[in-house]
Design a protein around this ligand. Structure first.
Ligand SMILES: C[S@@+](CC[C@H](N)C(=O)[O-])C[C@H]1O[C@@H](n2cnc3c(N)ncnc32)[C@H](O)[C@@H]1O
Length: 212
C-alpha cells in the first residue's frame, strides 16, 4: 500500500513539472499558422491589428530580409505571429514587449502552441523601462502600444535602428490626434523618410532611417 502511495505521489509530481509534461510543440507550417491567426483574431480586449496590416508586416520583413525586429505592444501576440512567420523563413528573431500580465500570458501560449517561441521572445514589463537596456541594432521596430507614448518610443529606439532600417507605427490615421508630436517628428526629422500607408483605416506610418 505504502509503495502504491509513493508511486502515485511520484506520478503527481511528474505531472506538475512543466519540463516533464510540456511536450515539444511541432511548429505549425505557414498554412496552419494562417488558419490559427484567423481563429485568434479580434478577440475582445486584444486590440489586434487588422489582418491586412499583419500581412503587410510579414511581407515587409521578407522583402527587406530583416533579421532583428522589436515590437512594442504584443497584446496576445497576433502581429508578433505574423512577423514571426516571416522571421522563421528569414532566419531572424523578434523581441516583443507587453506590460499587461493577462495579455502577455496569452501571447506566450500562442507562441508555444504554434512553435514560434523558437523565433519570438516575449519580455513582460514596461517597454519604457525595458528598451534602454536592449542592445541594438534593430532592422525594424514596430510600435503598437499606447499612442501618447509613441514619441518617447521614437526617441528611445532611433539610436538602436541601423541606418537603412525601419520604424513602423500603427493607428497613425485612426489615432492621429493622440500622436501629433510623433507624426511631426517622423515627417520632419532629417535622418528619416516617412510615408503613410492606408491599406487599413487604422493606418501605418513607414519610416526609413536614411543610410549614412
Ligand atoms: C494595440 S495593443 C497591441 C496589439 C498587437 N500588436 C496585435 O496586433 O495583436 C497595445 C498593447 O500595448 C501594451 N502596452 C501599452 N503600454 C505598454 C508599455 N509601456 N510597455 C509594454 N506594453 C505596453 C498594452 O498592454 C496592449 O496590450
Amino acid at each position: 500500500m505504502k509503495k502504491l502511495l509513493a508511486l502515485a505521489l511520484l506520478a503527481a509530481a511528474a505531472l506538475a513539472s512543466p519540463s516533464r509534461t510540456a511536450p515539444a510543440q511541432q511548429p505549425l507550417d505557414d498554412a496552419a499558422l494562417r488558419a490559427y491567426l484567423d481563429r485568434m483574431h479580434g478577440r475582445p480586449g486584444m486590440m489586434n491589428v487588422p489582418r491586412v496590416d499583419g500581412e503587410f508586416l510579414h511581407d515587409f520583413i521578407l522583402e527587406h530580409n530583416y533579421q532583428r525586429v522589436l515590437e512594442i505592444g504584443a497584446s496576445n501576440g497576433y502581429s508578433a505571429l505574423w512577423m514571426g512567420m516571416a522571421l522563421r523563413r528569414a532566419g531572424g528573431q523578434l523581441i516583443t514587449l507587453e506590460i499587461d500580465a493577462r495579455r502577455a500570458a496569452l501571447a506566450r501560449q500562442n507562441f508555444q502552441k504554434t512553435g514560434l517561441d523558437a523565433v519570438i521572445e516575449l519580455r513582460e514589463g514596461d517597454a519604457l523601462k525595458i528598451i534602454p537596456d536592449l542592445d541594438g541594432p534593430f532592422d525594424l521596430v514596430f510600435i503598437d502600444a499606447w499612442k501618447e507614448d509613441y514619441i518617447r518610443y521614437l526617441e528611445m529606439v532611433l539610436p538602436k535602428v541601423r541606418p537603412g532600417g525601419a520604424i513602423v507605427a500603427h493607428n497613425v490615421l485612426s489615432h492621429a490626434r493622440e500622436m501629433q508630436d510623433f507624426l511631426e517628428a517622423v515627417q520632419n526629422h532629417p535622418e528619416l523618410e516617412t510615408r503613410i500607408d492606408r491599406r487599413s483605416s487604422a493606418g501605418l506610418s513607414i519610416t526609413l532611417k536614411r543610410p549614412r
